[in-house]
Design a protein around this ligand. Structure first.
Ligand SMILES: NC(=O)c1ccc[n+]([C@@H]2O[C@H](COP(=O)([O-])OP(=O)(O)OC[C@H]3O[C@@H](n4cnc5c(N)ncnc54)[C@H](OP(=O)(O)O)[C@@H]3O)[C@@H](O)[C@H]2O)c1
Length: 262
């Protein structure tokens, strides 16, 4: 059975991947969706043109991986596309955000993504794709978003490194690095206030469209929009301490905006 497996499918970018993948990958038999919100996954299933299997559960816990593995075995699944989109961020200085929220970010963004990838690889074959949702936050350390940016650097590095290992198996990995995207992400992350982040907000439809096109074209990274491409080049060319100073200035502007909103 040929399947696509998408985590974080109940909302935002994951949901958009679920909508666009069947249009591009026409030989899929089923689409498998994972996230905690059962109702939202069921709603999404109604609009998809393929049979859907729902794995509702917390990806920071072990039971959901056991369920997925059992089903992969039972169906002799061939995963043609894995999208790891479950993730969250928390805006603010690391000392101002509660510790469980920050540890949870590392658990979900890094540990869960790694576990899911390693679980799925034995069920993938030549031509299968892995899409890892990193972020433009991976390009440089970010004061005011420090833990999140560090988790996304991990995702980027893991995707590129493991992508290098998987090439010989014909499995293509794409690290997707968008700037801010208009999803529920910022409801959980907190307000971007006055931050320049707002100015570069893009939509999930075009970010996902580009990510799928880049994966189809065997690209190792997918960066949507001229502004984020420029940010990536700037982060490579400028000294780290200058980038960090600029980011700090922006995060202070953001905090001022937040104070005004409060
Ligand atoms: N939006 C942006 O600006 C942006 C920019 C760059 C990168 N990204 C990355 O893109 C990915 C998707 O973000 P998004 O913008 O689509 O955010 P979103 O709309 O908030 O979606 C996040 C998804 O993750 C799932 N999720 C959260 N905690 C989970 C858990 N413990 N177990 C299982 N699923 C969990 C959520 O589903 P449930 O709540 O139902 O579990 C939801 O489906 C994330 O990795 C994010 O870091 C986002």
């Amino acid at each position: 059975m040929k399947i696509a497996l998408i985590t974080g499918a109940s909302s935002g970018l994951g949901r958009e991947f679920a909508r666009q993948i069947p249009k591009l990958y026409r030989k899929l038999d089923e689409i498998w969706l994972a996230a905690r919100s059962t109702d939202k996954l069921k709603e999404l299933a109604k609009e998809l043109p393929l049979p859907v299997r729902i794995f509702d559960g917390d990806l920071t816990r072990d039971y959901i991986y056991d369920r997925i593995k059992k089903e992969l075995e039972r169906q002799s699944a061939d995963i043609r596309m894995l999208v790891n989109a479950a993730g969250y961020g928390a805006i603010g200085d690391a000392t101002d955000i509660d510790v469980p929220a920050q540890a949870g970010m590392i658990d979900l963004n890094c540990r869960a993504l790694t576990k899911m990838t390693l679980l799925c690889i034995p069920y993938m074959s030549k031509g299968s794709r892995i899409i890892q949702m990193a972020s433009a936050a991976a390009f440089a350390p970010q004061p005011g978003f420090a833990v999140y940016a560090a988790t996304k650097s991990y995702v980027y590095s893991f995707a590129r490194g493991m992508g290098g290992e998987l090439k010989s198996k014909g499995i293509i990995t794409t690290a997707v690095c968008p700037g801010p995207v208009d999803t529920a992400f910022f409801e959980r992350a907190g307000n971007t206030g006055n931050s320049m982040k707002w100015k570069f907000m893009s939509g999930p439809v075009e970010v996902v469209h580009k990510a799928l096109a880049d994966a189809a074209n065997r690209r190792e990274t997918s960066v949507y929009g001229a502004a984020m491409k420029a940010a990536r080049i700037a982060a490579r060319l400028l000294p780290d301490r200058l980038v960090i100073r600029l980011m700090r200035a922006d995060s202070k502007k953001q905090n001022k905006g937040d104070e005004r909103i409060r």
